[in-house]
Write a protein that binds this ligand. Structure first.
Ligand SMILES: NC(=O)c1ccc[n+]([C@@H]2O[C@H](COP(=O)([O-])OP(=O)(O)OC[C@H]3O[C@@H](n4cnc5c(N)ncnc54)[C@H](OP(=O)(O)O)[C@@H]3O)[C@@H](O)[C@H]2O)c1
Length: 366
């Protein structure tokens, strides 16, 4: 209660208003609990939700990995991660609430029992989120396990990290595997980019803003450029990056999502399927640039904010003769680049049309 009162004092606009409805009880199972994503993104995000009282009242997190460890080691590691990577002030009382529901398992034989016990202890009524924060090679085994052990009571969600396959065939195979155990409504293919504030604001900027809405079309826009500029290099992820490259890492997920959000028609409502359907129409209507229309390259040595930074082939773990693309530019219409620059952001450049409108193309050109 003290927390609630503190928050109300912090935000006078909340005074007298009921606190927002809390989500239903659930257990979140994180596969890959000893990995980078869990410490850098997942736990800081969970802490932020706890800080804003947006987690269910009855909530538990089961961390799963093969590395041996205890519950208290897991809590200590995640506490340090939240302190290092979290966006909010660190509050011991908020952390303690979250930490009380944390449990760690490294022995597969004990996983089913641990999941059941945690659910009973926290009263999460069989609702479960399974988060696959693991390399793609581990997907099949884990999805099979979850499919076999998923709760018959309550709801199930499974969250799959990128990369979603490494080519069309492997992405289709992964879909088949997931659909063997889950309905489409239970599967979430996550793209962190869509959580960025500017990206989230795109729909409101386009469709609810009286200045932009009437002019966001081919009559007034000549073309759109989208640039992904990074201050970071590959940050120790050479093993992954050497196999993936920039196009798989950024283009087929983040940039296509940005293009779809920029060019789609207004959906009939904001339900997931309605938004998805409009995005699909955009993707179907743009031509796929062939190899001759894409320039692939690697970032070279340079300076970012006064600091000298290595080129791609000089990064730790990268083959000095690597041919992997670490930056790419489709040469026609739209532009995608992972390159180092002073600012880390994706910039939209929307160029006003100086030509008379062409007939017969989609309402918004991109
Ligand atoms: N890190 C990021 O910022 C980021 C961003 C976007 C997407 N992703 C994606 O998220 C996934 C995880 O990335 P990461 O950076 O966290 O990788 P990571 O640091 O290498 O961690 C991988 C995790 O998976 C576990 N693991 C590996 N093989 C496993 C198996 N066969 N069964 C069960 N657990 C297994 C590892 O634990 P044990 O070795 O202890 O089993 C470890 O906890 C990848 O698909 C990556 O592409 C990461």
């Amino acid at each position: 209660m003290a927390l609630v009162e503190d928050r109300q004092i912090e935000n006078p606009l909340l005074e007298g208003l009921p606190i927002a409805r809390r989500p239903e009880p659930c257990t979140m199972v994180i596969f890959g609990a000893s990995g980078d994503l869990t410490k850098r993104k997942l736990f800081p995000a969970l802490y932020s939700l706890a800080y804003r009282q947006m987690l269910p009242e009855k909530f538990g997190v089961l961390g799963v990995a093969r590395t041996e460890g205890t519950d208290s080691e897991f809590r200590e590691r995640m506490k340090a991660a939240v302190q290092e990577f979290g966006r909010d002030d660190f509050r011991e009382d908020v952390w303690q609430e979250l930490a009380d529901g944390m449990h760690y398992v490294y022995d597969e034989d004990k996983l089913a029992a641990a999941l059941r016990d945690l659910g009973e202890r926290r009263g999460t009524t069989g609702n479960r989120i399974y988060y696959l924060a693991v390399p793609p090679a581990a997907f099949e085994e884990i999805v099979g396990w979850v499919g076999k052990h998923k709760s018959r009571k309550g709801w199930t969600r499974v969250i799959v990290e990128k990369p979603f396959g490494h080519d069309l065939q492997s992405a289709q195979d992964l879909n088949v595997l997931l659909h063997k155990h889950f309905d489409e409504s239970q599967i979430f293919r996550i793209d962190h980019y869509l959580g960025k504030e500017t990206v989230q604001n795109m729909l409101a900027l386009r469709f609810a803003n009286g200045i932009f809405e009437p002019i966001w079309n081919r009559q007034f826009i000549d073309h759109i450029q989208i640039t992904v500029a990074e201050t970071l290099g590959i940050e120790g992820r050479a093993e992954y990056y050497e196999r993936a490259g920039a196009i798989r890492d950024i283009f087929q997920n983040h940039l296509l999502q940005l293009i779809a959000l920029t060019a789609m028609e207004p959906p009939i409502d904001l339900a997931a399927d309605s938004v998805r359907n409009e995005k699909v129409k955009v993707l179907k209507s743009i031509h796929t640039p062939g190899p001759k229309h894409v320039v692939r390259g690697q970032y070279g040595r340079g300076y970012v904010e006064g600091q000298e930074v290595p080129g791609y082939r000089e990064e730790a773990g990268v083959d000095p003769s690597s041919m992997t693309d670490s930056t790419s530019v489709p040469a026609s219409g739209w532009l995608a680049a992972r390159r180092r620059s002073r600012s880390s952001s994706s910039a939209h450049r929307i160029r006003r049309s100086s030509r008379s409108p062409r007939r017969g193309c989609a309402r918004t050109c991109c």
